[in-house]
Design a protein. Structure first.
Lengths: 103, 103
DNA sequence: ACCGTTCATCGTAATATTGCGATAAGTTTC
DNA sequence: GAAACTTATCGCAATATTACGATGAACGGT
C-alpha cells in the first residue's frame, strides 16, 4: 500500500526513523555538512553550492526543517539557515544510545 | 523525475545517506533494536515480534542487509540474523564525525 | 508604484517505497 | 518421495519521494 504503519511502532522508533529519513538523501547530507563547516548560519548560498535547482533545494530544506534539524530565520532579502543544536544532540543521543552497547 | 542524482554527490555523502536510509523506517529501527537487545544472533522470531507480514519483514531485512547493517547466515531450517559490528562502527564514526564539532 | 532579488509553493512527471497475498526455494523429518 | 517448516521472491496496488520549471509572495531600493 505504500503506507508506513506509523501507529504500529513506538514514538521513539518513529522519531529515530524520522531523523534518519531527514539524512537519507545525499543532498540533505551535503546541506548539513555545509552548515557544519560554516559553523554559522548561512544566508542561502546553498543553491550555488548544490547541483540542484532552487526549487529542489528549497524542498530539501523544508524536509530538514520539518524534522527539526535546521531552522530558518528571515533576514530580508535572504533567509538564514542554522543547524538546531538541540536536535543534533537528540540525534546523537538517540543513535549513541542504540549503538553504545555494542561498539 | 524521482531520480536521486547520486552521481552529483561525493561517495561519502552517498554512503551516509545510504546508512541513514536503512534506518529511515520504524520497522527497520525496531529490527535493529531487537537485535541489540538480544545481544546475539536471532533466528527469525522477527516476524512474530513485528506487526507486519512475513513478506514485508523479509523485505526490510533485505534492505538492512543491502546497506550492510545486518548479516544473515543460513542455519536450517532457519536463518540467523546478526548486526554487523563493523558497519555499526562505520555508522557511528560517520555521524560522530559530522556532529562532534558542534555537540 | 515598479523592479529586482530571494525564497516558497504549485503542478507535473518519473521513480522509489511500503505492504500484502501468493508462490517458489531450501531444508529437515517422516 | 511427501509433508512440514522457514525464508525469499514475484506481482500488484497505494502512497511517497525526487526533480524541475513556472508562478507566487515578501521585501528593499529606485
Amino acid at each position: 500500500m505504500g503506507l508506513s504503519k506509523t501507529a504500529s511502532f513506538s514514538t521513539e522508533q518513529n522519531r529515530i526513523a524520522e531523523l534518519a529519513k531527514a539524512l537519507a538523501h545525499p543532498a540533505r547530507v551535503a546541506i548539513v555538512q555545509y552548515l557544519l563547516k560554516a559553523e554559522a548560519c548561512i544566508c542561502g548560498d546553498l543553491v550555488d553550492a548544490l547541483p540542484l535547482s532552487q526549487s529542489t533545494v528549497s524542498q530539501h530544506l523544508k524536509a530538514l526543517k520539518t524534522a527539526g534539524i535546521i531552522t530558518g530565520s528571515v533576514e530580508p532579502p535572504k533567509v538564514c539557515y542554522c543547524l538546531n543544536i538541540t536536535v543534533l544532540k537528540e540525534f546523537n543521543s538517540a543513535f549513541g544510545e542504540m549503538f553504545s552497547r555494542c561498539c
